[in-house]
Design a protein around this ligand. Sequence first.
Ligand SMILES: Nc1ncnc2c1ncn2[C@@H]1O[C@H](COP(=O)(O)OS(=O)(=O)O)[C@@H](OP(=O)(O)O)[C@H]1O
Ligand SMILES: Nc1ncnc2c1ncn2[C@@H]1O[C@H](COP(=O)(O)OP(=O)(O)O)[C@@H](O)[C@H]1O
Length: 492
Amino acid sequence: MTHPAGGPAAFTPGPQGLAHLELLLAGSCPLPGFMTRAEAARIGRSGPPPAGAPWPVPVELSVPDEFADARALVLTDPEGAPLAELAVTETHRDGTVRLAGEVRPAAPPVYGSLRSLRLTARQVRSSRDERRALLAVVADRPLHHRALARIRAALERLGDADLLVLVDVPLDAEGAAPAVLAAGPLLPEGTRFAAVTLPVAAADGAPEWSAERHGLLAAHVAAAYGATHVLLESARAVEPPSGAPVKVLAAEEWAYDTARQRWRPAEEAAPGHARRELTEADVAEALDHGRPLPEWFTPEPVAAALARMRPSRADRGLTLFFTGLSGSGKSTVARGVAEEIRRAGRTVTLLDGDVVRRMLSSGLTFSRADRDLNIRRIGYVASEIARHGGVAVCAPIAPYAATRAEVRRMAEDTGDFFLVYVATPIEVCEARDRKGLYAKARAGEIPEFTGVSDPYEAPEDADLVIDTSAESEAESVARVVAALRDGGWLPR
Ligand SMILES: Nc1ncnc2c1ncn2[C@@H]1O[C@H](COP(=O)(O)OS(=O)(=O)O)[C@@H](OP(=O)(O)O)[C@H]1O
Ligand SMILES: Nc1ncnc2c1ncn2[C@@H]1O[C@H](COP(=O)(O)OP(=O)(O)O)[C@@H](O)[C@H]1O
């Protein structure tokens, strides 16, 4: 707990707390601060909120136990800069400690993605002609031709309306923003863009709301910006059932009419000529393999932004992680695969178990704690190699599933992760006993030996399983390389 200059303690809320605070401070939410338990209970978490509720979702702040007695709290951004002061009027426990009370702004926020685009509701309202209709599009995904056609049709129906695109992005990442903004030149002149972060749950650790609640929240925020009509282009929010403060336009199905070569409501498309949109997974797959997105589906500037945001797998970093018992063949196969990757034109670093134990992890034992530390170090180095577009080939035993999962998460922050389980039976590994270690382990001379006197948790999330007792070294290498080619990590 920190007490800046003798004042109240300071606390950095988690992502949900910060997102609620951002709306409170920007004047997008009409509440004075975080809700009491009774207020939050009245709004509820499932089903529609009661009629006349001031806000469609509970706004709560969860804090660690150490703040349970605080009367006031300075809420700061993740770098510690004060955002607001909270005067605590109620403390209650609901799994975690929750504080209620008014918030008073401290200093304008400087943190958060797309800060320069974070126009407040007040800023937008004060600079527009409120007699005109305002269509707000709340978007957390790229605007492809279908979305653009739907927006144009809605504007046409509304007559003389302004357009505001509320780009819904997390505070700590750009999300789909570059692809949403790339559609700017394809929208009417004068279209405004503002970045917002819509919370997805009441408080950190609380369950996420239903899609209808998300829709309702989006409508309320859009209304705060002065919108008269709302279109949801969101993966999370759907048309709310009722009670929205502005008209939420129906999300009827659209299709590409291949006869007329344009997008239109599916029921208007010529029979036999209605082509559906690509799914998000289709788009990801095309980008992963470096295939262009079809012109009928996505406009060129949006496609270009997407290709920048998600380079093909051949251009992304990769952590290729082998796991298996000692003597299973990890190093041998990893060496062969690394050679093939190099030959295919990619830069590759081999982080072999033995070398790592000498260079990165000398002094570590084979206790669980030290093995975990060893694997985390390998994961860290691999993820840095991947950050720069390289391929890191790792070949430690890595006996624990939880630690491998940690490395997967770390690696996927900067690139891709591909797990190869070398599932050679222990009898074969032991018969090979290249270093005589199994014999020593059986004789009790090496304690905590994996597979003999220490656990090995076989992976259930392997992307490929090989067994070097059933195939030659060349066959194993070829199978891994083929999987990398099929996945798009190596050119064909
Ligand atoms: N107690 C014990 N258990 C397992 N292995 C042992 C042990 N003591 C030494 N060795 C040798 O160390 C190599 C395994 O090191 P790793 O860094 O890959 O292990 S771990 O991932 O940290 O568990 C392993 O090398 P490989 O045969 O290449 O796997 C062994 O030769
Ligand atoms: N199909 C195969 N693939 C890989 N190694 C094999 C194969 N068949 C036999 N071996 C032998 O098994 C041993 C595996 O040792 P190594 O690659 O160091 O395993 P690890 O790194 O898992 O401890 C090597 O001596 C290798 O020559």
